[in-house]
Design a protein around this ligand. Structure first.
Ligand code: SF4
Length: 351
């Protein structure tokens, strides 16, 4: 049996199985039971074995009683980005003129406690059907402004391979679609999936595919995840990374510097640093925007902009993403006054 299938066959779901990896206190067991009655727990054995050595990884997957506390629940919304409101077919959301989102499944082999689609965990497991793939493709065919299709989930790399192929090859055949971005955390939580030649062949032959992955912490970059990324690159697939700024996990310039530099070493471009969305059951991970900007300021002093992703907020109610930059310039008359990476100021004429 292929390694990735073995991982799926041995997914960890309950306290007894977790305790084969690390012991739990009575308090942790109590929290686990209460929280998972609303938000389930799921992890690959691989990712759980990383949690044994990394507190940050453990915090990203282990249920925390705060998720269901009134204080945290009341601050967030089920769908703060209004993805459901802007749906044009059962699985396709269209908001920006040139881009659409297709949420293909709610299945992920590891559930991240900070997930922005945590609302979908409460639904029965679904995978986009052949009919719904056709409905999404038809919508895209009719809308010639759409040039960029984001395939997301859950994790689309765990769709039945024939369905993934149908979707990706369908998009390949639509001339006005130029880019297909597949969002997946497989290189992080189940990198064995990217050791599978059948999947790599589909991604390569689909031609338009870019992979957006989601490393949040340097401890997630392992020999196996490096191999997974290498296989994508060998198949001609550019790999970008999205990180979410998470309190107590990566909200420090030191950790993010290490993460972004290590991603660059494996030829993954740090692309977005997302401010944590105001999602119900997630707000205990949220830092202030001011803290995010201060971290960014420090990063600009230390590393090349090539290694620094866009720091962005996603506007509530579907307002879209806005990039946040440290305050680096102002206009005075016909001049701009700039502040350089080391705090020096200089002036340039507008024309
Ligand atoms: S992999 Fe992505 S979609 Fe799945 S639980 Fe984690 S954050 Fe959510």
């Amino acid at each position: 049996m292929k390694e990735w299938l073995k991982e799926l066959q041995n997914l960890v779901r309950n306290i007894e199985s977790i305790e084969k990896f690390f012991p739990l206190t009575d308090e942790e067991k109590e929290s686990f039971k209460k929280v998972t009655s609303i938000y389930p727990f799921l992890s690959t054995p691989y990712y759980l074995s990383l949690a044994v050595k990394s507190c940050a990884i453990k915090r990203m997957i282990f249920p925390n009683i705060m998720e269901i506390s009134e204080a945290i629940q009341s601050k967030g919304e089920e769908d703060p980005l209004s993805e459901e409101r802007d749906k044009k077919t059962l699985h396709l959301t269209h908001r920006y003129p040139d881009r659409v989102l297709v949420v293909t499944t709610n299945f992920c082999p590891t559930l991240c406690r900070f997930c922005m689609r945590k609302r979908n965990w409460k639904k029965k497991t679904f995978f986009i059907s052949d009919t719904e793939i056709e409905n999404a493709l038809n919508y895209i065919r009719k809308n010639e402004n759409i040039r960029d299709v984001l395939i997301s989930g859950g994790d689309p790399l765990f769709l039945p391979i024939e369905r993934l192929k149908k979707l990706l090859f369908g998009l390949k055949a639509i001339d006005h679609v130029e880019v297909v971005r597949v969002g997946t955390r497989a290189p992080v939580t189940l990198p064995h999936r990217l050791l599978d030649d059948d999947l790599l062949e589909v991604l390569e032959k689909a031609e338009k595919v870019w992979v957006n992955t989601h490393f949040n912490h340097p401890d997630e970059i392992t020999e196996l995840s490096k191999e997974a990324v290498k296989n994508l690159l060998k198949a001609g697939i550019p790999v970008n990374n999205q990180t979410v700024l998470l309190k107590g996990i990566n909200d420090s310039a030191d950790i993010l510097e290490k993460l972004f530099r290590n991603l660059q070493k494996i030829k993954v471009r740090p692309y977005y640093l997302f401010h944590c969305d105001p999602v119900k059951g997630v707000m205990h991970f949220s830092t202030s925007i001011t803290k995010g900007i201060k971290i960014l300021e420090k990063l600009f002093k230390r590393i090349s902009p090539f290694a620094i992703p866009y720091y962005a907020v996603d506007g509530p109610g579907g307002k879209g993403k806005v990039q946040i930059l440290p305050d680096r310039y102002k206009k005075e008359g016909n001049f701009y006054i700039f502040r350089s990476f080391n705090g020096e100021t200089f002036k340039m004429s507008d024309m």
